[in-house]
Design a protein around this ligand. Sequence first.
Ligand SMILES: [Zn+2]
Length: 250
Amino acid sequence: MEKKKEYFLEKYSRQIIMGQIGIDGQKKISNSSIAIVGCGGLGTSAAQYLSMSGVGNITLIDHDSVALSNLNRQTLFTEKDIGKSKCMVLSRRIKSINESIELCHYQKKITNRNINQYLGKPSIILDCTDNFESRFIINKFCHSEKKILISAALQNFDIQAFIFSSWSDNTNPCYKCIFPNLKNDANLSCDDMGIVASVAGLGGLIQANLALNYILKLRNNFKEFILFDCLNFDIKKIVVSKNKNCQECN
Ligand SMILES: [Zn+2]
């Protein structure tokens, strides 16, 4: 028991030493439970840093397998992994970073029918998917089941990110409040639009950072749409309130 405590204190010492975290904060990180939907550029980066930071329980979901064109940006995958299940490979790599972590992985595509089975337990959901159909399903579920939703999207040099808690206050928006008119088949995929490797990694890092800020209760703004232009290093934060006509969250 003493050895376990020493290991915990040393492994996370650079976080514990901070006044904003301390032992209590590190325990909050250890006790947190996060699902990552989509193990691509955003998901692999977020998973890597959340596991290193000491998150105790991570669920990984992705129906896809590793392809050669993924390797420019999807951290923790190698050429030897091509053809293997993304969530299975990522799960193994994360276990080697943090062996005490509790992990679940599902090689599935999220639908309205199966989402409760896979996302029912975690309290924080990272949406790292690349299509609006999945994004709308996840948003609807997070609103109705009172989950924190941390969403990010990428295009070329640009990152969009948001932490949603549309159920906790009647002025907080949901994902659909911001994108009410988008159709399920509108394009979001890096395969078609292109992405700079480092921008994809940074998008996942921003999601991981938003999650840790929430867990540690350091700073949460559930009305802040973050736009990061990684070419000009220009960050904008736009205040967005609930859309009174939103059919999802009113
Ligand atoms: Zn809404």
